[in-house]
Design a binder for this molecule. Structure first.
Ligand SMILES: [Fe+2]
Ligand SMILES: [Fe+2]
Length: 189
């Protein structure tokens, strides 16, 4: 069962499909940032071998996704658009405090971002008419499905002094409020 407290507004899929080039461009940046975030966590916590190994593997997988989305853009005669930032992830990152609990809180933010992204990739896979692109999204969603669990498991091991269940519950409520306040755009979030 997902940690999400809300389902995506069904109108989002129509908006995302109305400009698939823009959605794919944003998606490429999401995969790039997922890889970069994993590498940054490895760099900042090199003294935690379990975290290093799992997130290095995740970075490899997200880089593979990034390349796969770049290929889909190329098929459509497109290249990577400028990265216009991600207000959703920026709002979630503001929830993570400092101090000893910061790593745990960042891992919970990552779990929520993975859960929401996976939910939306499933919706794209179901809604896209082109069988090849639909299959592409179905396969990607399967690959993303384990990432929410990976970050939750890491949070339970590495969240020094943090009550993971209580904090996850608070952050999941906040995530639902953040999603509800964002405009519906041809982006992953
Ligand atoms: Fe990914
Ligand atoms: Fe992921």
């Amino acid at each position: 069962m997902s940690i999400l407290r809300s389902s995506t507004d069904p109108r989002w899929v129509e908006v995302a499909l109305s400009d698939l080039d823009a959605t794919l461009g944003d998606h490429a940046h999401c995969e790039k940032k997922a890889a970069a975030t994993a590498v940054k966590l490895v760099a900042d916590h090199a003294d935690r071998p379990d975290l290093v190994r799992k997130l290095a593997k995740l970075a490899q997988e997200e880089t593979h996704h990034f390349l796969a989305v770049l290929n889909e853009l190329a098929v459509r005669g497109r290249t990577l658009p400028p990265d216009t930032g991600d207000p959703y992830v920026q709002a979630l990152l503001r929830l993570a405090g400092g101090g000893r609990a910061r790593l745990g809180e960042l891992l919970l933010v990552c779990a929520l971002v993975e859960a929401r992204s996976c939910e939306r990739l499933v919706l794209l896979g179901e809604a896209i008419a082109d069988p090849r692109l639909s299959e592409f999204y179905r396969r990607l969603a399967q690959s993303e499905a384990g990432h929410e669990r990976l970050f939750l498991d890491l949070a339970r091991v590495h969240a020094d002094g943090l009550d993971v269940d209580r904090r996850l519950s608070e952050m999941a409520d906040e995530e639902a409020a953040i999603v509800a306040a964002l405009p519906l755009l041809p982006r992953i979030h």
